[in-house]
Design a protein around this ligand. Sequence first.
Ligand code: SF4
Length: 195
Amino acid sequence: MDTLVYPIGNKLYINLTNACTNACEFCIRNGREGMGGGSLWLEKEHSTEEYLALMPQRGEYAEVVFCGFGEPILRLDTLLALGTELKNRGIPVRLNTNGQGNLIYQRNIAPALSAAVDTVSISLNAPTAEEYDALCHSSFGTAAFEGLLSFAEECKRAGMRTVLSVVDTIGEAKIAACRKITDSLGVELRVRVFE
Ligand code: SF4
């Protein structure tokens, strides 16, 4: 049976799709079945209604996070429906994304997202387009990097808390270069401990 949602600690994670526009060298899909126990590989994509039936009530979880074995923005309609419902229930909503949403849809989706998401966490991964491409192999090529930076700006402009993340293993020099980028965009930088 497919795992549509899965709890880790006091957070509930929503697994919308296994599809992604990236093929990151470090993707946990390479060699792992999932997070927190069960497999996150989906045999098929499931309907909005199936997910809606699994959404928690206020107080059950501290936060609900769109973060699957894939890029949640590829299922934008379902993401918007679920996020809007969760926000109506008073539950904080976070989206973990590769930041390529505006490239995928060829329009600015940030205003629509802001009705469904409180915090957008975008994987920055590297300080330059070339280094990002070498790690993430986006189907948009080196344009992915500028695309994600401009998406971050639009998310901030649309009123969402916007965080760009890197892992600590990239080293201090690259982290400093990434911090310059986030400072110039006026968004947060999160340095994650690589597990
Ligand atoms: S963006 Fe995320 S889901 Fe997509 S390949 Fe990279 S690590 Fe995996």
